[in-house]
Design a protein around this ligand. Structure first.
Ligand code: ADP
Ligand code: MG
Length: 255
């Protein structure tokens, strides 16, 4: 029997690909480093990226967050989406320049039945494309809300049961406290989650680290290993792509 090629979902954190402290500022070096690292690995890759100082900036002005909102600034909703498409085009350019074949799918038209989406993703993967997703403004009953890159990652994990899920963030992993002192927690047991203290970026409209940890826990319950690695460190991402434990923080899949 031939070797089974891994399907891996990699989320590029907005804190890595942009500078969250300054509105609309890109970190092209970081995007290129991520692309280069992915191109070095033979697995089939699905990429999700966050909004960082692009999407979050306008979403905040628009009055949007992950809850369904009925009152919002229409023109800022437009700008939120525009900024995300802009950020996406930089990610696509970079992935392409390292030889990957990205294919962006926006979540805007998804309905409750994900079966069509699943067959599209499988078809793309079989033809050597890398499906790319990003957090976006989506319609909800009578209004709009943000579907975050982290939420999309969960939906994709549930649908595809990948070999692993890797969250690239701007620090070495998950720490006991937001002072980020010492070493990150190597293996995050769900029982430890309630003791972790987080501090969120002011700009964040999707719940930041706490929500990410909760989503990681849900993903681990699907039987999928979750890694949190420093997206600025090529070596850390490569090890996680190989499924090596001991880099960053790992939450093991529960079987
Ligand atoms: N206990 C903690 N351990 C690790 N990171 C933390 C913690 N508390 C807060 N953070 C912050 O979470 C941030 C990463 O989360 P977030 O900005 O939501 O990531 P993303 O780039 O994926 O959107 C880091 O910048 C870090 O400062
Ligand atoms: Mg976030």
């Amino acid at each position: 029997m031939g070797r089974v090629v891994d399907n891996i979902i990699v989320k590029f954190g907005g804190s890595v690909i942009t500078d969250k402290k300054h509105p609309l500022s890109l970190n092209l070096d970081a995007i290129n480093s991520l692309s280069r690292t992915l191109a070095m690995h033979s697995s089939k890759k699905i990429i999700v990226h966050g909004g960082g100082s692009f999407g979050h900036y306008y979403a905040k002005l628009a009055g949007l967050n992950t809850k369904c909102k009925h009152i919002y600034e229409v023109n800022k909703v437009v700008l939120t989406r525009k900024s995300m498409f802009e950020l996406n085009s930089h990610v696509i350019d970079s992935l392409t320049s390292y030889g990957l074949n990205p294919y962006t799918i926006t979540p805007f038209y998804w309905n409750k039945d994900f079966s069509e989406l699943k067959s599209l993703i499988l078809k793309l993967l079989s033809q050597n494309f890398s499906p790319v997703f990003f957090g976006d403004v989506v319609p909800c009953k009578g209004g709009f809300r943000i579907l975050s890159g982290d939420d999309i990652s969960y939906i994709l994990c549930r649908m595809l049961k990948p070999s692993r899920m890797i969250f690239c963030i701007d620090v070495d992993g998950i720490f006991q406290s937001p002072r980020l002192e010492g070493s990150p927690i190597k293996e995050l047991d769900p029982k430890m989650v309630k003791n972790i203290i987080v501090k969120e970026h002011i700009i964040d409209v999707t719940g930041g680290m706490l929500r990410k940890i909760k989503i990681a826990y849900k993903i681990s319950k699907l039987g999928v290993d979750v890694f949190f690695v420093n997206g600025f460190k090529q070596d850390a991402l490569l090890k996680a792509l190989n499924g090596e434990y001991g880099v960053g923080t790992c939450m093991r899949g529960v079987h």
